[in-house]
Design a protein around this ligand. Structure first.
Ligand code: MIC
Ligand code: SF4
Length: 639
């Protein structure tokens, strides 16, 4: 009867029952962090007074903030390295690659639970891990051995039939799913893949699909652990980590989607959302200015070899800038040894280090009004660093073929050799520093001057009477709230400084308006906070005095982050109440000491002299957390 998700959750269940939609608590086996969210997570771990992590495995990666334009990022790396050694955490050094790619290669295990402070943690679902993205504080709590709470997800089964045609790639499968389900269609769900079509997909191909399940808003995505999984683990010299794991034949799903790979076409996501998906045939011939290949979605050895085979013996178009970032040191080294790298260099590609790079706006912003074709997973407004750029998401095959012509082409019309998976991957873990209990005692944690203490919220007051500082529409991303990019990311460990950038591209006066009004409310449409797991999108507004967000609906991770920092997430009961609120209206909520489960809350709009009701969907633990002014306060209070 059970699905894969139910099997893993059952084995890890600590609180609650497996009723879909109910609150449950599970044990976390593995955690991962990356540098942009990791500094906060480890500051929080330190604040909890934990000596050695309680997980089976915790890994700290450095892959986001690697442009060292000033001391800040380098200082963060040193902090992360020393704090890892102190607390029993593996440390993957800058240059070793992108967290999700490396975790898949070296650490992910079928049937294990993984919690990561990055929304693309579900990449490891390709291996049959139950891999979930969360805010840094939730990951810190998991490292401290605390239970991770979530809503028991509903389960959508995506059945793949047939096999991909020449020039069509697994990126096109997930773009197709996004076209059908949209960026909010996965909220509250796990996406489980099955069907005869999965047999022909290798683990890195599956990983492209599970990675971009984050763009559906899904809790996670997962594939069975089968012979293909065993084969991949064997080639990574980890066959002993393999166990078989699949859903029972009569497993019950909440929704079934069928996709026939035999007639799937190459797809493209148009600006500025990963679900604005069209078949590539509708945009053929559009002029391209930049092509960027890489990111945790499409930077495996196979992806890189498809690109190399398409570029082989040819030169890129004079009007195109082509940048390529192989996903890991393993991939880069293998490409270097089999001449794939020199093929890329000869064709005019600019090779970047194995990091997130342009995906997170760390350099390579395209020219004004550019059309930038990227193999990444997000094309949110402004994320590339050039506000006027139009970023489109495509497969590595479409990207490479279009870099040669200078306009969008259908990769099915290009002749190239389809790459084979290697017989063996090259194993060299020397850029991963393992924990060492003996040394841990003597390690001094080094903190640069940009690493500031954590701001802590105050307990919830009985009454909030404040102004609406901003009113936004649907599908606001965490990139809208807390932008990324090379100018802002160095302040990820300095909340006071990063708070000056909040809503910078949406309402530049947001910071000053918060300062002048002692904080206030945020009003939003549906799916507020989609995208990244960055808790800065909650922590910095908390620092600026934001007390509540009233939205039509929320994205899962961001809602959890708001609760963690003591900001109340409230939902409109009647969506038309949203229309009656304007920026700078004064709202008042009273009797907050009496919030209880399932009890609606009444909000008065003093400016308009109207009252409306909202829900909160908070469980008892959430209410306690908010009353205390956030998770850290609650933990301290209960210690
Ligand atoms: C992203 O892709 O947006 C990031 C950068 O990886 C984020 C994490 C962050 O903001 O540091 C994510 O996906 O969670
Ligand atoms: Fe890095 Fe981009 Fe992947 Fe986020 S989506 S982890 S920034 S490569």
């Amino acid at each position: 009867m059970p699905t894969i998700t139910e099997k893993i959750i059952k084995q890890h269940l600590i609180d609650g029952t497996l009723i879909r939609g109910a609150s449950i608590g599970i044990k976390i086996d593995q955690t991962l962090t990356q540098d942009a969210t990791g500094t906060m997570a480890y500051l929080q771990l330190e604040a909890m007074g934990v000596d050695q992590v309680k997980t089976e495995l915790s890994v700290s990666y450095v892959d986001h903030n690697t442009l060292q334009n000033g001391f800040e990022n380098a200082d963060d790396h040193k902090y992360l390295q020393t704090v890892a050694l102190k607390h029993g955490i593996y440390f993957s050094r800058p240059g070793n690659g992108i967290c999700h790619q490396i975790h898949l290669e070296r650490f992910a295990i079928p049937g294990k639970t993984l919690l990561g402070s990055d929304s693309h943690t579900p990449t490891a679902g390709a291996m049959g891990s139950l891999a979930i993205g969360a805010g840094g504080l939730d990951v810190a709590c998991a490292m401290a051995g605390r239970t991770f709470h979530l809503q028991m997800p509903h389960i959508i089964n995506v059945k793949l039939h047939g096999s991909l045609q020449r020039g069509v790639s697994s990126k096109d499968i997930i773009l197709k799913v996004l076209q059908q389900l949209s960026v909010k269609g996965g909220v509250g769900n796990v996406i489980e893949y099955s069907g005869d079509g999965i047999k022909s997909l290798s683990i890195p191909q599956r990983a492209t699909i599970t990675n971009m399940g984050a763009e559906l808003g899904a809790t996670t995505s997962i594939f069975p652990s089968d012979e293909r999984t065993r084969e991949f683990l064997k080639k990574q010299h980890r066959e002993s980590d393999w166990t078989e794991l699949c859903a029972d034949d009569d497993a019950k799903y909440d929704q079934i989607i069928e996709i026939n790979l035999d007639n799937l076409e190459p797809m493209i996501a148009m600006p500025h959302s990963p679900d604005h998906v069209l078949p590539i045939t509708e945009v053929l011939g559009l002029k391209v200015d930049q092509v960027a290949i890489g990111s945790c979605t499409n930077s495996s050895y196979r992806d890189m070899m498809s690109v190399a085979n398409i570029l082989k013996g040819k030169m890129i178009h004079p009007d195109v800038s082509l940048v390529i970032s192989p996903g890991s040191r393993q991939v880069l080294n293998m490409l270097a040894k089999n001449n794939g790298l020199s093929t890329m260099i000869s064709s005019g590609a600019r090779i970047l280090e194995s990091t997130c790079g342009p995906c997170i706006g760390m350099g390579q912003s395209p020219i004004t009004n550019a059309l930038s074709l990227r193999t990444f997973n997000r094309n949110f407004y402004g994320r590339s660093g050039t506000l006027s750029a139009k970023v489109c998401l495509v497969s590595p095959e479409t990207a490479a073929a279009s870099a040669l012509t200078g306009y969008i082409v259908d990769p099915r019309t290009v002749s190239f050799q389809i790459p084979q998976d290697p017989d063996e991957f090259e194993i060299d873990d020397r850029m991963i520093i393992p924990p060492n209990k003996e040394q841990a005692k003597d390690v001094e944690v080094i903190r640069g001057p940009n690493i500031k203490p954590l701001p802590i919220n105050t307990p919830l007051e009985k009454k909030i009477q404040k102004k609406v500082i901003i009113k936004v529409g649907d599908n606001i991303t965490t990139d809208h709230i807390a932008p990324a990019g090379a100018k802002v990311l160095p302040y990820r460990s300095n909340i006071e400084k990063i708070s000056q950038f909040i809503f910078m591209n949406v309402k530049p006066s947001f910071y000053n308006d918060c300062m002048n009004n002692h904080g206030g409310f945020i009003i939003a449409g549906s799916n507020y906070g989609q995208g990244s797991s960055r808790e800065h999108a909650a922590l910095a507004p908390m620092y600026l005095g934001i007390k509540a967000v009233i939205a039509k609906s929320f994205a899962r991770i961001h809602r959890a982050n708001l609760i963690n920092f003591g900001i109340i997430p409230l939902s409109f009961i009647n969506e038309c109440d949203y229309d009656q609120i304007d920026e700078m209206d004064e709202l008042c909520i009273e009797n907050l000491e009496k919030i209880s489960v399932n009890q609606p809350i009444s909000v008065t709009n003093i400016t308009k002299n109207i009252t409306f009701t909202v829900t909160h969907n908070l469980n008892e633990l959430d209410i306690e957390t908010i009353q205390a002014g956030g998770t850290l306060n609650l933990i301290r209070h209960n210690q």
